[in-house]
Ligand binder design. Structure first.
Ligand SMILES: Cc1cc2nc3c(=O)[nH]c(=O)nc-3n(C[C@H](O)[C@H](O)[C@H](O)COP(=O)(O)OP(=O)(O)OC[C@H]3O[C@@H](n4cnc5c(N)ncnc54)[C@H](O)[C@@H]3O)c2cc1C
Length: 397
């Protein structure tokens, strides 16, 4: 077993760290306060190759592995999670399904402009009545004369309404199976398609400089050739996409937990009470120790799940474990960071107050903690065994 990153993985991590510390971190407070999408940051990250880190080189991506991507995402998210989620939603949710399930022609038309990050692509699954229960999708698509007509709406879709968004992949109900189960299909909808509109951006507790909108489809027509993957396989594709997305949201959580630790350590060393540094009190030391320990554990679960994916091995259970553990560890870290900062940490404008607000979404987006715990439990019950070594079976990713 080797815990050392490869030279290539180290290179991506260091590149992301250098850019994040120099260019993103100093602006994080303003990004959150102004709630403006950081076009310049995303464009610079695109030119560094970060916005297409795992995407195929032949379409303009960087061709990096999934471990490298998660290491880079942790660094970016340590500086700011609005930027982190913009990168994650573009690479893992928007572009990865185009790369995995798209035809050559679809990749040429839709992935190529996005794989380097000059354009963004979104992933539209969630609806008013279909959140955790994604199978409850009400948006429909009907086929006639070689065209899909899409009707319905989506909710909270990341990267869907920026000036550089090129389109969205939408999950739509395209029929009914035996027993009344819906047939769900993924359909590619370019941004300027007639009948496709977006509502205003949301006011949010966190990810405030990231871009989320409601989407509306009214008689929106796209060619049948915009079917992504096989008709009726949309649900399976979206579930596989979310497995990888969960690892990435876990990496984002580790980054945020580190930001909390950085602030907590700084304050512990600077603040004096009773004539000495509060870092000399064991109560404070134990908080710092717990934070560091959980960050280490959370990162290990992220890298293990990412490594399994890179090996082409099953990683769904490990992805859910990483997501639950890292998002909850980040929440505990944010809480303890505010505690160490005391009243100052409760003030608007304090970094730890911002982190405390921002951390909650990690337990919700791309599968809540509840549903991820169910996925873990179901996989244990199905296999009828305890938690052991990763299985060696190869699966198509
Ligand atoms: C800022 C933001 C960005 C987002 N970006 C995107 C995006 O780009 N694309 C996209 O498609 N979606 C996106 N989402 C949606 C996100 O994935 C959903 O919010 C998430 O899947 C949960 O769905 P819900 O919010 O409707 O919660 P609900 O499904 O209504 O769940 C409410 C509560 O009930 C619990 N619950 C539900 N079912 C069960 C069950 N069977 N057992 C136990 N507990 C259960 C949940 O765990 C939760 O605690 C985004 C959301 C936000 C807030």
């Amino acid at each position: 077993m080797n815990f050392d990153p490869t030279d290539e993985q180290r290179r991506w991590r260091d590149l992301a760290r250098e850019y994040a510390e120099g260019e993103i971190h100093p602006r994080a407070e303003a990004l959150d306060r102004e709630q403006k999408f950081p076009y310049d940051v995303i464009s610079e990250m695109a030119s560094l190759g970060l916005m297409g880190l795992t995407l195929p080189e032949e379409y303009g991506g960087s061709g990096g592995d999934f471990v490298a991507y998660n290491m880079a995402l942790e660094e970016i998210s340590r500086a700011d999670t609005s930027v982190g989620i913009t990168m994650e939603a573009h690479v893992s949710l928007g572009c990865a399904p185009l790369a995995v399930y798209g035809t050559d022609e679809q990749k040429e038309r839709f992935l190529a402009p996005c794989a380097a990050g000059e354009k963004l692509w979104a992933f539209g699954l969630t609806e008013d009545e279909a959140g955790t229960d994604a199978g409850g999708t009400r948006t429909t698509a009907e086929i006639s004369n070689g065209e899909w007509t899409v009707n319905g709406s989506k909710k909270w879709i990341t990267n869907s309404g920026t000036d550089v968004t090129a389109g969205v992949t939408v999950m739509a109900k395209t029929g009914e199976r035996d027993g009344g189960r819906p047939e769900l299909t993924a359909i590619i909808v370019p941004q300027e398609t007639e009948g496709y509109t977006r509502g205003p951006a949301y006011e949010k507790l966190g990810w405030r400089a990231a871009d989320q909108h409601p989407l509306y489809f009214e008689g929106c027509r796209v060619p049948e050739a915009n079917t992504l993957g096989e008709r009726g396989r949309g649900f399976v594709q979206f579930l596989q996409t979310l497995d990888a997305g969960r690892v990435a949201v876990a990496a984002l959580s580790v980054g945020l937990a580190r930001a909390c630790f950085d602030e907590a350590m700084k304050r512990a060393k600077e603040r004096r009470q009773f004539g000495r540094s509060i870092s000399e009190f064991q109560a404070i030391q134990f908080k710092l120790a717990d934070m560091a320990m959980e960050i280490e554990l959370a990162r290990n679960t992220v890298l293990k799940a990412a490594w399994l994916k890179d090996q082409g091995r099953p990683f769904g259970r490990e992805a859910s474990m990483a997501k639950v553990f890292a998002s909850e560890a980040a929440k505990r870290a944010a809480d303890q960071a505010v505690q160490i900062w005391g009243g100052e940490g409760f003030m608007e404008g304090s970094a730890v107050a911002r982190y405390w607000r921002q951390v909650k979404i990690n337990e919700i987006g791309e599968g809540t903690s509840e549903i991820n715990r169910q996925i873990i439990a179901r996989s244990l019950l199905k296999e009828g065994e305890g938690v052991g070594e990763a299985k060696g079976k190869m699966v198509a990713q």
